[in-house]
Design a protein around this ligand. Structure first.
Ligand SMILES: [Zn+2]
Length: 456
């Protein structure tokens, strides 16, 4: 608190002296990436269950983006977009084998020529740390670049580092004495399969179920194949167990934000909460994520807290790729040229949100490649293998149930042209290099249900 007050006094003096507007910028950055959170399962985004009481309360003090869109429906390409401000086709950290009949998939390494958030801040003297948990986030994929401290625990959801441990470590690292600004990325993996909510959250929403499923909810393949969970009560149990994981991480997010406030860091720290992708509960006939580009997988929470932010809700759509340019602008850095993402910093301070944008999602992990383009309120979904398209109106039909292609072919054609024009070329005009995961990480990815082929 002492530091924040001193800086505040200096800023007031500057205003009085030079007559310029107060332009004090945040000193530190806390980026909280919560895996697998679909926005509409949180209270602040209208969920009917009280899954996020702490975040609901904290969100009234921040800027809530109501339509934040992921660039991809799975972890690696979305994380890399958050870190670089580019689409998956350009940054390269994405599925590169797109043949659904292939025996496995190849995951590209982040292109060496693309600069990351941590690199850009490290070069400017920031202490940089990441506390991350998914085996996909192994340093060999390039996502550790720029972090002087990369604390990666590759466990699966049944032997993972839980959110309480991540929050403890995050606060401990922040408490280390230093005289430089810092960036810390904290990653909460809990809402990803398996759904294994701890006590006292277990049973809170799914407790009255007496069907055949048990905690932890796992066995992705059987559930996707509808060999289980074909009854409505089974599906309610699965979604209830997921919501219980959200209630658990909400308590931990609240503890982290309280901890930052207790340390006086709200006075000089930019805090961003975002998710990498959502989760499907049979909205379009399937389960989990990685397999489609419908909104249940693309619409994620994005909340920003900053000194001088004008707390409110912003309805205009934005992208998770906006995180990097926003952090650069907020910390006074030069903008990085040629980014797909755009800075939201002026919006955070109360300005009008960016308009006239289009948004792309791409790089499905399972099955054939699908891409989407949103030009609000219209959304085009393209199956790259077959060339089939669907057109939706996200205002009239947020669940994407009515294909408007036949009645509105002109809009569909415009969006298709725009999609091809917007997808970014690979950084150096060459395909991504495969990530050489070590054998134990490959095994964990197989256990998670990945890398076993794209067919299911
Ligand atoms: Zn993920």
């Amino acid at each position: 608190m002492r530091r924040g007050k001193a800086r505040g006094a200096a800023a007031i003096g500057l205003v009085a002296f030079c007559g310029c507007a107060a332009n004090e910028l945040p000193r530190n950055v806390v980026l909280l990436v919560v895996d697998t959170v679909r926005a509409d399962h949180l209270g602040l985004y209208g969920h009917e269950r009280p899954t996020s009481p702490r975040l609901d309360e904290w969100s009234t003090r921040g800027v809530v983006f109501e339509q934040a869109l992921a660039t991809s429906p799975w972890t690696v390409p979305s994380f890399a977009s958050i870190y670089t401000g580019h689409l998956p086709s350009r940054h390269g950290a994405a599925r590169s084998a797109q043949d659904p009949g292939a025996p496995g998939v190849s995951i590209g390494r982040l292109d060496d020529g693309v600069r990351t958030l941590a690199e850009l801040l490290f070069e400017r003297g920031f202490a940089t740390a990441a506390i991350v948990n998914n085996p996909f986030l192994h340093a060999r994929g390039g996502l550790a670049r720029g972090f002087s401290n990369y604390d990666h625990e590759p466990g699966n959801n049944w032997n993972m580092r839980r959110a309480d441990a991540v929050v403890d470590r995050t606060l401990r690292w922040i408490d280390q004495p230093r005289d430089t600004p810092f960036l810390i990325v904290a990653h909460l993996f809990d809402p990803h399969l398996d759904y294994d909510p701890p006590e006292p959250f277990r049973g809170r929403f799914a407790g009255d179920y007496d069907g055949g499923l048990r905690y932890p909810v796992s066995d992705l393949r059987r559930i996707r194949a509808s060999r289980v969970a074909h009854r409505p009560e089974d599906r309610r149990f699965i979604a209830g167990a997921y919501d219980e994981e959200l209630l658990y991480i909400d308590a931990q997010i609240g503890r982290l934000l309280d901890g930052l406030e207790e340390r006086g860091l709200l006075d000089d720290t930019l805090i961003i909460l975002v998710s990498d992708h959502g989760e499907e509960f049979f909205d379009h006939g399937s389960f989990e994520h990685g397999h489609s580009v419908y909104q249940e997988l693309l619409r994620v929470p994005l909340v920003i807290w900053a000194p001088r932010a004008r707390a409110r809700r912003v309805a205009a759509p934005v992208s998770i790729a906006d995180v990097l340019p926003t952090i650069l602008a907020a910390t006074g850095a030069e903008p990085e040229p040629g980014l797909y993402g755009r800075s939201l910093w002026k919006t955070v301070l109360g300005g009008d949100p960016p308009t006239e944008r289009v948004f792309v999602a791409e790089n499905t992990l399972r099955g054939g490649e699908q891409k989407a383009l949103v030009r609000w309120p219209h959304k085009l979904v393209l199956d790259v293998t077959t060339g089939a398209t669907q057109l939706f109106d996200l205002v009239d039909d947020p669940g994407e149930t009515r294909d408007l292609s036949a009645e509105n072919p002109a809009v569909r054609d415009q969006l298709l042209v725009k999609l091809h024009a917007t997808v970014e070329a690979p950084a150096h005009g060459r395909p991504a290099q495969p990530t050489e995961f070590p054998p134990d990480t490959l095994e964990r990815l197989r256990e998670l249900g990945y890398l076993n082929g794209g067919g299911d």
